[in-house]
Design a protein around this ligand. Structure first.
Ligand SMILES: Cc1cc2nc3c(=O)[nH]c(=O)nc-3n(C[C@H](O)[C@H](O)[C@H](O)COP(=O)(O)OP(=O)(O)OC[C@H]3O[C@@H](n4cnc5c(N)ncnc54)[C@H](O)[C@@H]3O)c2cc1C
Ligand code: FES
Length: 257
């Protein structure tokens, strides 16, 4: 996907991932604990269509031990997976509303799967925007999906450092708000991205007049058990693994640096 991020497709052998009543094998924003025997496991958001039963895609940024071990795997090698865990984005709340998705760098996997969900149920949503920023054009992930997404939603991309052939925006995601037209009292926002971007949310969404309780933020913490038993993932008095990873903006805002 980029120099530091690889896309993995996990396909169970001899069975399929079970779906719920709505046909979902996970809710966009939920995560899986994926790993290698003898090394360990780490949390990753599902990135593929949540309706796809034959495989789950995850985008993995090389950060430390587990992710480096995953990057060494070749096609056909075995991985461990458990989940889905956590709450995911509140899809029923999003229905009937304009939707703004804001993300940066490699925060996009949970947003990518939310986009796939929205496209599959497009008639249930109003105007839908993706605002996505990265350092350079090469750091923008899921490039191969943009053409398909653009047929259904408005995709607005920006980079800090353009290449000579770059035709999108230049600068921060927060500067893209003037590009969108929404009804603020009937808009839901999904956000996933690095800490500084989360902290800059006020500059992004406040000018649009979107209330805090319409802004849903996916939090990242180091995890161990993934099921509320080990206290590795606390944010304030909440567990990211079981109370989140998706929170209302005002639930987690005070925990950002
Ligand atoms: C709900 C959730 C969803 C995630 N989804 C994705 C995803 O789709 N794709 C992806 O690439 N990554 C995702 N992450 C982050 C990913 O889990 C970490 O990068 C991974 O755990 C690092 O493991 P490691 O053993 O390779 O690195 P470690 O050796 O554990 O850590 C390497 C460095 O990264 C820091 N770090 C580790 N985990 C985190 C974290 N969760 N937040 C902030 N800093 C951390 C450590 O402090 C250290 O500096 C997600 C995390 C959470 C909690
Ligand atoms: S990861 Fe163990 S309590 Fe959340």
């Amino acid at each position: 996907m980029s120099a530091n991020v690889k896309l993995f497709s996990l396909a169970p052998v001899g069975w399929k991932f079970p779906a719920d009543r709505d046909g979902l094998i996970f809710t966009p924003g939920q995560f899986f604990l994926v790993g290698r025997w003898g090394v360990g496991e780490a949390p990753f958001g599902g990135a593929s269509s949540p309706f796809e039963k034959g495989s789950i895609e995850i985008g993995v940024r090389k950060a430390g031990n587990v992710t480096a071990a995953l990057h060494q795997l070749a096609r056909g090698d075995e991985m461990t997976i458990r989940g889905p865990y956590g709450n995911g984005y509140p899809l029923d709340f999003f229905k009937g509303k304009d939707v703004v998705m804001v993300t940066g760098g490699c925060g996009i996997p949970p947003i990518a799967t939310l986009i796939e969900y929205i496209i599959a149920r497009r008639e249930l949503f109003g105007r839908v925007y993706l605002l996505y920023g990265a350092l350079t054009p090469d750091d923008l992930l899921f490039e191969e999906r943009y053409k398909h997404w653009e047929k259904h939603i408005k995709v607005i991309l920006t980079v800090d450092k353009p290449t000579p052939d770059w035709k999108g925006h230049i600068g921060l995601v927060s500067e893209l708000t003037r590009e969108i037209k929404i009804d603020p009292v009937n808009t839901a926002t999904a956000m996933c991205g690095p800490g500084p971007m989360a902290a800059a949310l006020e500059n992004i969404l406040r000018p649009l007049g979107i209330a805090d309780r319409r802004i849903f933020v996916s939090e990242e913490r180091k995890m161990s058990c993934g099921i509320g038993k080990c206290q590795h993932c606390t944010t304030g008095d909440k567990y990211v693994c079981t109370d989140g990873p998706v929170f209302y903006y005002d639930q987690v805002q005070s925990n950002w640096d």
